[in-house]
Write a protein that binds this ligand. Structure first.
Ligand code: AKG
Ligand code: FE2
Length: 222
C-alpha cells in the first residue's frame, strides 16, 4: 500500500485546505501569521463588544468541568470549564453562519460551537486539534465526519495576565483580545495532519478567559 493511502481523509483535507486558503488570502480583514510551519490567520473585530458580552453570558450558563462530559483523552489536557452552545438558538446560528461564511465552509461540516471559561490556574495543555487515527476514538470519529480540517477560535475578553494561545512549534504566543477570531488549518497543504499546529491555552494567572471554538470536519458531521 502506498503511504498516502494510509492517511484518512487526505484528499478532502488537501482540497479544503486550498479552498479556504484562497478565500482567506483574498480577505483584507485576515492577517496571516508569518510562519511556514502552519497556516494561521487572525481576524480583528470579528465579534462586537456586545456580541462578546452575550457569548460570555452563554458560556457561564453552559460551562461545566470538562471531565463530566468529555473523553478522558481531552480531560487530561484541559482544566477549563466547557460546554456546547444550543445549535438551534437563533443567535448561535447567526454566529455560526458568520464563521462558516468567513471560511467558505459548509455548515454541515461544522461541529457544535463550544464555549470555554478558564479561571486562574486553569489551562489547556499543548495538543493538536486533529485526531490521532491510531486511537480507539477514531473508530467513532471516522464515521461522523472524519478528520478535523480547520479550527476557528474567538477570544471574548481581555485577560489580566496569562491565558495566551501559544503555538508551540511556530513560536507564536497570541494574547487574548476581545472579538479577535483565530483560524488555522490543522492539515498541511498536502492534506496530512500538521504537527506544526501544536498549541496550548497557557495558564490564566490573573482574571478569567472566555473563548469559543468551532471545529470543522473533512466530511459531513452529524
Ligand atoms: O484557549 C485557548 O487558547 C486554546 C483553546 C484550544 O486549543 C481549543 O479549544 O482547541
Ligand atoms: Fe485546540
Amino acid at each position: 500500500m502506498s503511504k498516502t493511502a494510509t492517511i484518512p481523509d487526505q484528499g478532502a483535507l488537501k482540497r479544503i485546505g486550498a479552498q479556504v486558503r484562497k478565500r482567506l488570502e483574498a480577505d483584507p480583514q485576515a492577517y496571516k501569521v508569518p510562519t511556514d510551519k502552519a497556516e494561521i490567520f487572525a481576524i480583528g473585530d470579528f465579534f462586537s463588544a456586545e456580541e462578546c458580552q452575550r457569548l460570555i453570558g452563554m458560556i457561564d450558563a453552559v460551562a461545566r468541568p470538562s471531565e463530566l462530559h468529555e473523553t478522558a483523552y481531552v480531560a487530561k489536557f484541559r482544566t477549563s470549564y466547557s460546554g456546547n452552545f444550543d445549535p438551534h438558538d437563533p443567535f448561535v446560528k447567526m454566529i455560526s453562519r458568520r464563521i462558516d461564511d468567513l471560511l467558505g465552509m459548509s455548515p454541515a461540516q461544522g461541529e457544535r460551537i463550544q464555549g470555554q471559561r478558564y479561571l486562574p490556574g486553569q489551562e489547556f495543555k499543548p495538543h493538536n486539534d486533529w485526531f490521532y487515527t491510531d486511537q480507539e476514538y477514531w473508530q467513532i470519529e471516522r464515521k461522523r465526519g472524519g478528520q478535523r480540517c480547520w479550527t476557528a477560535m474567538a477570544f471574548l475578553n481581555t485577560v489580566e495576565e496569562g491565558g495566551h494561545t501559544h503555538f508551540v512549534e511556530v513560536g507564536a504566543s497570541i494574547e487574548p483580545k476581545p472579538g479577535v477570531l483565530l483560524v488555522w488549518n490543522n492539515a498541511t497543504p498536502e492534506g496530512e495532519p500538521n504537527e506544526g499546529t501544536l498549541h496550548a491555552g497557557t495558564p490564566v494567572i490573573k482574571g478569567s478567559k472566555y473563548v469559543l471554538t468551532k471545529w470543522y470536519r473533512a466530511r459531513k458531521h452529524d
